[in-house]
Ligand binder design. Structure first.
Ligand code: ZN
Ligand code: ZN
Ligand code: ZN
Length: 549
């Protein structure tokens, strides 16, 4: 009896130590591109039981989760979620920015040192991509180091930047869709990761899965039951070429030739279905979540963003997209239950930024909003400086609400950069829709009074990469381009752009909810704490200990 008791004692100690050290077999990071927090609540009654609601029912809901920097864009968003830090430290200051050394605009993941793998020659540049401009590590990188490279990382998204920046530097693979510039509709990668597509990706590309989505987009349920959104026919939505109006149904087969072929799949909810198909295939083919070493799968759903840009926050098209995405999540969770096992994996779901209502729609409801013509301002500023100093083109770029001066011309003409900053800042303040202007210090550090918006600008300002002047529009305002006159856009530090969902569920996660403020940079240290690994190297966030068991 004594022997039996002590055996039991030893056994129970072993079990409890194991339980403490037992990691999820798989971490799945899900980013829904351009998902506002209120899409969880506005469409709640129409969601099924096994998608968003399952995450809320079984997991933890951080209801007051925000981005803590400007600009709220896709590249910085994905980088910040996975590195736990902001553009100030990870270096991804926008999707595209003016590179002061190269004297031209660069894309956040463009890399001429690598080759496209799986594209045709037309779209080769869409494959020449890597995370080389991101200077910080992601939690998946730390997991790779911790597991001696035994835990895998795979990144998947229709958008290259979303697949690449999420997966980090040491990923086994990132895959994205060759849809832009009349691409071939294949899932592709770059020589940064491999020299040939894996067999399973080649097989997926050769199958008719992608083609099968050239079909009619009807609303999932009776359109008259979509009482949470505006009327289908209105003046705030973009009309696909070949359509008379932005109204259901959308026959992708007849619209595809005039709308960039595979691009129209990316701009429909079927792009999210295709992403789920490919992700489930990857779980199988890459044997994710099978062995004892934690793997990381990052999935970013991009079509939600494209639909938002086309139709806006209040559109029937947007509501239908989220109701359909909810079913895609349910399908993904079911596959994970079957392949990895219920309770064996951990998921978080968030977004890379939100979006405001369409400015013209807000104006129609008497809420202040507007579109700002930044190209016109750029020409006017250069003309103003030319008149004053007899030097043309003193401003090189006004990208991302920043002003970049031509340092060579300033030196050649013996002008003073600090004087120019002040003169231009004063001119910028005269524009009705520009609310705030800040100039940087002589060593290009952000200099603003302390304040909420200023702290966001500071977190987004990179000493080496950011511009000489930063300006902020009024709330409800974004830049006026032909593309932006319908649908929405995002960039700002206002709550419509910063407030996004944050849901956790699965192994090691408590059930609950909070209205306490959490920040996007808290996600990576939380996942690191769950795994017991080092935080990503430049983390500024804090682990959300109330979500962890
Ligand atoms: Zn985005
Ligand atoms: Zn419509
Ligand atoms: Zn977007």
């Amino acid at each position: 009896m004594k022997y039996l008791l002590s055996l039991f004692f030893v056994f129970s100690i072993t079990v409890s130590v194991l339980a403490q050290n037992e990691q999820p077999k798989l971490v799945v990071g899900i980013v829904v591109d351009q998902m506002r927090y209120d899409y969880l609540t506005r469409f709640y009654n129409k969601y099924g039981e096994n998608g968003f609601k399952r995450m809320m029912r079984e997991g933890f809901n951080c209801k007051n989760n925000h981005f803590n920097y400007i600009p709220t864009k896709t590249g910085p968003g994905h980088a910040s979620i996975y590195t736990g830090t902001t553009p100030k430290y990870h270096g991804i200051i926008a999707n595209d920015w003016f590179d002061k050394n190269l004297g031209k605009t660069v894309n956040c993941v463009q890399d001429d040192a690598v080759l496209a793998i799986g594209t045709n020659s037309n779209t080769a540049k869409d494959g020449k991509m890597s995370p080389h401009r991101m200077v910080a590590s992601t939690f998946a990188d730390e997991n790779r180091l911790f597991t001696q490279m035994r835990g895998k990382t795979i990144g998947i998204s229709i958008k290259h930047r979303s697949a690449i920046l999420s997966a980090g530097h040491s990923a086994n693979a990132a895959f994205w869709l060759d849809y832009d510039h009349n691409g071939n509709g294949n899932w592709i990668t770059s020589s940064y990761y491999m020299n040939e597509l894996p067999r399973w990706v080649q097989d997926f590309n050769a199958s008719d899965v992608t083609e099968s989505y050239f079909k009619v987009w009807h609303t999932l349920y009776d359109i008259n039951s979509y009482t949470e959104s505006g009327s289908d026919l209105n003046t705030f939505e973009r009309i696909f070429k070949g359509k008379e109006s932005a109204t259901f149904p959308y026959d992708l087969n007849t619209l595809k030739t005039k709308n960039g072929n595979y691009k129209i799949i990316a701009e429909s909810p079927f792009g999210n279905s295709l992403t789920t198909d490919f992700a489930i295939k990857a779980i199988d083919a890459e044997a994710l979540g099978i062995d004892a070493h934690t793997d990381v799968l990052t999935i970013s759903y991009s079509s939600t963003d494209k639909i938002g840009h086309d139709f806006g926050v209040n559109a029937k098209e947007t509501e239908d997209t989220y109701l359909r995405l909810d079913l895609e999540l349910a399908r993904l969770f079911k596959a994970l239950d079957e392949k990895v096992g219920k309770g064996e994996y951990t998921i978080f779901l968030t977004s890379d930024h939100g979006a405001p209502n369409v400015p013209n729609y807000l104006l129609s409801k008497k809420i202040p909003a507007g579109l700002f013509d930044a190209s016109k301002m750029f020409d006017e500023m250069n003309a103003f400086l030319e008149k004053k100093y007899k030097v043309s083109g003193l401003i090189l770029s006004r990208i991302n609400n920043q002003i970049f001066f031509d340092y060579n011309k300033i030196e050649q003409n013996q002008l003073n950069l600090e004087d120019l900053k002040e003169i231009v800042a004063l001119q910028l303040l005269k524009y009705r829709l520009i609310d705030k202007v800040y100039i940087t210090s002589e060593i290009n550090q952000f200099e603003g009074p302390s304040g909420y918006l200023e702290s966001l600008l500071n977190n987004g300002h990179n000493q080496k990469r950011s511009g000489d002047i930063l300006f902020v529009y009024n709330p409800g305002v974004f830049k006026d381009t032909e593309w932006n006159r319908t649908g929405t856009d995002h960039y700002s530090g206002f709550s419509y752009d910063t407030h996004v969902p944050l849901l956790f569920f699965g192994k090691g996660i408590k059930h609950g909810q909070t209205l306490s403020k959490t920040e996007i940079t808290d996600i990576a240290p939380t996942m690191s704490a769950l795994l017991g690994i080092s935080f990503p190297n430049a983390t500024i966030g804090q682990p959300l200990e109330f979500v962890l068991k």
